[in-house]
Design a protein around this ligand. Structure first.
Ligand code: ZN
Ligand code: ZN
Ligand code: FE
Length: 334
């Protein structure tokens, strides 16, 4: 069977769907770990490794399965799908891998952003991380992914539009303003170091959703200096440790980095990271169901302030846990 990678236009939502036929052959937890050192792909002697995704949704030599017609537009699924293996260790999470690897991991995301954005056909670089069987992660070896997209994805477009409108009206960055409001209210801020702040937003959609904003107005990972790279590593470590101390198991989550589209300097958009854990309690999942999918309307079954209080309690445990590992957080736990 010939493989195809294409974009199909959804005219109702005004967005591209990434369609690839090869992904049907994706393995599900079978055989030896492809990310451990010593495989033909990985070799030895690395701390953090960037690999090509073996089953890419997007690829530079993409061939569509058909031509588009009328409003049924079809484009080649041009792009890149990379895997960032965060550590040679087979088990772990961002809170357990060595700090120096974490710093290298962020440097790798920064380098990938720069390289991928230098391709004029790439419009957006999206680093993200999925963890946990419940959200369909087929490989447990700690890793993230980077998608280089030939379009600006719809969620980012919505943020850009709203941030632009706010900026036109107020001459101020919406994200910087949100950070000010969170600080003023001081109910949902959880952790802060010199360069970043982690909080549960006023408008959280997932029960334990948290966001990390850069304290200075930055656009992209490529804007980060050495200090900011280290501070980002620190806040990611604390955030994930907080999640993993919340219940007595390693908490699944999706992490997504929202940065500015390639090669744009924007006064109204602001680098930030969003975490969406699917749990709503220790043994229940918040499954995005009818109302969430059919209407894109999220229901929140508690108050974000209550969930933030739970996360604050978890952070108290994190302090002890990290000090046992001889790691002292660089910032302030709220
Ligand atoms: Zn492994
Ligand atoms: Zn800003
Ligand atoms: Fe965002």
């Amino acid at each position: 069977m010939a493989t195809s990678n294409e974009l199909r236009w959804n005219p109702l939502l005004g967005t591209w769907i990434v369609v690839s036929s090869k992904r049907r052959g994706r393995p599900w937890r079978s055989g030896a770990c492809p990310f451990c050192p010593g495989t033909p792909e990985t070799g030895y002697g690395w701390d953090v490794l960037v690999l090509e995704n073996k089953y890419p949704a997007l690829r530079p030599d993409a061939a569509p399965s058909r031509k588009g017609s009328d409003i049924y537009r079809v484009k080649p699924g041009y792009g890149f799908c990379k895997v960032v293996v965060e550590t040679p260790e087979h088990e772990g999470d961002l809170d357990t891998i060595p700090f120096k690897n974490l710093v290298r991991y962020i440097e790798a995301l920064k380098n990938e952003t720069e390289n991928l954005c230098s391709d004029p056909k790439i419009k957006y670089v999206a680093p993200f991380r999925n963890k946990g069987e419940v959200i369909g992660v087929s490989l447990t070896h700690p890793h993230s992914q980077v998608y280089a997209l030939p379009f600006i994805p719809p969620r980012v477009k919505v943020e850009l539009r709203n941030a632009y409108r706010f900026w036109k009206r107020e001459r101020k960055c919406l994200f910087c303003h949100i950070l000010e409001l969170e600080r003023k209210e001081n109910l949902r801020i959880l952790y802060e170091n010199t360069s970043f702040t982690m909080f549960m937003p006023f408008f959280a959609m997932w029960p334990y959703e948290v966001h990390i904003y850069s304290n200075d107005h930055l656009n992209m990972l490529t804007d980060l200096n050495k200090r900011e790279v280290e501070d980002l590593a620190d806040i990611l470590k604390v955030t994930v440790a907080m999640y993993n101390s919340l219940f007595d198991f390693s908490l699944p989550y999706m992490m997504f980095i929202h940065q500015t589209p390639c090669n744009k300097k924007l006064e109204f958009y602001h680098l930030h990271i969003e975490f969406y854990p699917p749990h709503r309690s220790k043994d229940k999942l918040k499954y995005p169901a009818g109302i969430e999918w059919g209407a894109w309307t999220f229901t929140y079954d508690d108050l974000p302030e209550n969930k933030a209080t739970e996360l604050k309690k978890s952070l108290k445990k994190v302090k002890d846990k990290l000090s046992k590992e001889k790691y002292s957080p660089r910032g302030i736990i709220f």
